[in-house]
Design a binder for this molecule. Structure first.
Ligand code: GDP
Ligand code: ZN
Length: 313
């Protein structure tokens, strides 16, 4: 029997849609209860004789995973093998840059690249936005203003997404769904993913879908991904603010938290303005919040040696 290395492109509870190496899409079920593939997973699958369905037999190692605790307190994986987080803000709702920083931090921790998108460029925005976006560019993040409504700079956004698999994150109401619809140019894939092909009701609830973009690249969309809000432990905040982590290598103490320690290179960099004061304040309040959230280190992100980092909300 032939086995194929396939990509999970949609999930419906225990059923999935696979993209095969030859470009065909097939429906599949999972062998046994032990493996739990999610959108973005690479799997091995084989046809089932006499059936249209394929059978997923093996889950391949993940490069990273997006996780959150579920209602029973167990870790639920939302998506796997993410290359990029596109972090979105807008003039309305009022931009909360500390939320943007939190997502950028999460991207660093799962070793995904990240960019900042300021949507609703058709609406007036406060002057400070320019400065904030400039600060992001200075620390190596691409930052683009766009409008999902008017189409302004949508080509630039499509360019950011051209390679690999991305997710779009940000506060509710900033325009994530609108941007995805604009990038897809029409709703065909979304409708196709949600429609019930079998007519037996087994496909009616799509949990997540990987949408191929016309300009290249793909976006994983699901209610869980849209609500994704990573919790971060203090030690993760220290490594997730990239310019602070870089400057911190010159601190007197290797375990400097850049708060009140003497010989702190980060505080010196804030004073001489090589590190943005806003980012440093965001770092400090995130570090304080994360220790309040996780006094015993429970929950949040975990890096196990040799294993992908888990990052939960
Ligand atoms: P999400 O919660 O992040 O997915 O946001 P939605 O895509 O649902 O958009 C929230 C609201 O913002 C909707 O009323 C959209 O029509 C509106 N919206 C989205 N993009 C733009 C934009 O570029 N300009 C303006 N003016 N409104 C937008
Ligand atoms: Zn320091």
């Amino acid at each position: 029997m032939t086995t194929a290395a396939a990509l999970v492109v949609a999930t419906y509870s225990r059923r999935m849609q696979l993209l095969l190496p030859d470009g065909h899409r097939v429906d599949a079920r999972i062998k046994g209860k032990r493996i739990k593939p999610v959108c973005g997973d690479r799997v091995e699958a084989e046809p089932i004789p006499g059936e249209a369905d394929w059978l997923i037999t093996t889950l391949c190692d993940r490069r990273n995973e997006l996780t959150r605790p579920n209602l029973r307190g167990k870790v639920e994986v939302l998506a796997a093998n993410i290359d990029r987080l596109l972090v979105m803000a807008a003039p309305a709702p009022d931009p909360d840059w500390s939320v943007v920083d939190r997502y950028l931090c999460a991207a660093e921790l799962i070793d995904a690249s990240a960019a900042v998108i300021f949507n609703k460029a058709d609406l007036p925005a406060s002057e400070s936005v320019d400065e904030v976006l400039e600060d992001y560019k200075n620390i190596g993040y691409q930052a683009v203003r766009c409008s999902a409504k008017s189409g302004l700079n949508i080509d630039a956004v499509a360019g950011l997404l051209r390679d690999g698999v991305s997710i779009i994150v940000g506060q509710s109401g900033v325009g994530k769904s609108s941007l995805i619809n604009r990038l897809l140019q029409d709703d065909r894939q979304r409708v196709a993913a949600i429609s019930d092909k079998s007519g037996e009701g087994r496909h009616t609830t799509v949990n997540s879908a990987m949408l191929q973009l016309p300009g290249g690249g793909a976006v994983i969309d699901s209610p869980g991904v849209r609500d994704y809000a990573p919790a971060l432990r203090p030690e993760e905040v220290v490594v997730g603010y990239r310019e602070i982590a870089a400057a911190g290598r010159a601190c007197r103490f290797a375990n400097c938290r850049h708060l009140r320690e003497p010989g702190c290179a980060v505080k010196a960099a804030v004073e001489n303005k090589t590190i943005s004061k806003r980012r440093y304040d965001s770092y400090r309040s995130r570090a304080a919040r994360s220790s309040a959230c996780h006094p015993s280190g429970a929950g949040g992100c975990e890096r196990r040696s040799g294993q992908p980092l888990r990052c939960s909300s």
